[in-house]
Design a protein around this ligand. Structure first.
Ligand code: WQD
Length: 340
């Protein structure tokens, strides 16, 4: 299939572009580079061994989005593009709602106009909110999120589900990610957060490469085995494979829209991840214990049964794989991708 990947220059999008090409699909990327760099294209083309067309514009521009569909044959869309910083979304709610929703509206309108009926959407475990029983299951009905970022995911899942219900032939997979980490084993692409990393793994990686002085562990008084919070970390190449599996499953999907958890089903604590990274680097890394971060939950992980059984998808990589691959990327690219 010829697949439009929105946000394809980003962390998960770039890894999914490689997985799509490896699976024999054609890819075109649209990205506004608001949270990624144009140099990703060269790295992807070198790894893919072929040209990968990039279109550099903001999907909230409905005219440019429609022109892309008018000029390019598109069989399916994988929609990653969107603002994703939880903390930032609390301080800039209107920007998050406008950007994440308007880009989705523009895409969906162009898909409807040009008869594109296959869509995979990048959702998040954050939609389960703070009360869902762990492990999280897709049939949990009280979706909500405490941040505007998470609320955009809840809303977009609903918008796309409603469109799919009344649109002939539409099939939409809503992929709920747990905690994506790691990097392509080549070390040539990886996570390159702009500014101070919000997320644990890139922060540890930047401590290890000397860009940050030490890790602050946000609380060690949680009701967990070692007192630090537990999450379901998933290797980004496993996550990318989940997108290909979902895309290729759409024709067989009975429901017009269906959610799938992409996670390992296992929780790992902050200190356990830190120790695994130290094994990858071969030395201890400096850290201190700080106060809990507002909004953090003690522990959650996926029930991945639906993706396992319906998509035939399973996470394959270990925590040590995730740390070794992250370290290879970070040590070879201490400042991330070149350019601005
Ligand atoms: C993991 C654990 C922190 C940084 C977020 C988003 C979620 C999704 C994935 C988009 C927590 C602790 C972190 C640090 C720390 N993103 N931590 N020191 O919060 O589970 O999920 O990213 O979809 O929507 O909410 O991931 O990596 O930020 O934190 O101790 O410097 O590491 O408290 O327990 P999180 P995270």
């Amino acid at each position: 299939m010829r697949v439009l990947v929105s946000g394809g220059a980003g962390y998960i999008g770039s890894h999914t572009v490689l997985a799509l090409v490896a699976a024999g699909h054609d890819v075109i990327v649209v990205d506004d580079f608001s949270n990624s760099k144009p140099s990703v294209q060269g790295r992807l083309e070198a790894l893919a061994g072929r040209a990968i067309p990039f279109h550099g514009f903001d999907l909230t521009d409905a005219d440019k989005t429609e022109r892309l569909f008018a000029h390019e044959r598109i069989d399916a869309v994988i929609h990653f593009a969107g603002f994703k910083a939880v903390g930032e979304s609390v301080t800039k709610p209107l920007e998050y709602y406008r950007n994440n929703l308007d880009s989705t509206f523009a895409l969906a309108a162009s898909m409807a106009k040009y008869g594109v009926t296959k869509l995979v959407f990048s959702s998040s475990a954050t939609v389960y909110g703070e009360k869902a029983p762990v492990p999280y299951r897709e049939d949990y009905e009280h979706l909500s999120s405490s941040s505007p970022y998470g609320q955009t995911k809840v809303m977009i899942e609903r918008v796309l589900s409603d469109i799919a219900q009344i649109s002939e032939g539409w099939k939409v997979a809503l992929l709920r990610y747990f905690n994506p980490v790691g990097a392509h084993p080549s070390g040539d692409i990886g996570e390159d957060p702009q500014g101070i990393p919000n997320n644990l793994m890139p922060f540890i990686a930047q401590v290890a490469v000397g860009r940050r002085e030490r890790l602050t562990v946000f609380g060690d008084d949680y009701p967990t085995a070692d007192g630090t919070a537990e999450r379901d970390y998933l290797h980004v190449t496993d996550l990318a494979a989940g997108h290909v599996a979902a895309l290729e499953h759409l024709d067989d999907m009975v429901e017009p829209a269906r959610a799938f958890n992409l996670g390992t089903g296992t929780g790992t604590s902050v200190l356990e991840l830190l120790k695994a990274f130290e094994r990858a680097v071969g030395r201890e890394l400096p850290y201190e214990i700080g106060p809990r971060r507002a909004g953090d939950l003690p522990a959650f992980w996926a029930d991945p049964t639906r993706a396992n059984t319906e998509l035939g998808w399973h996470a394959t990589k270990t925590i040590d794989d995730m740390c070794a691959d992250t370290w290879r990327w970070q040590s070879r690219n201490p400042e991330g991708f070149p350019g601005s």
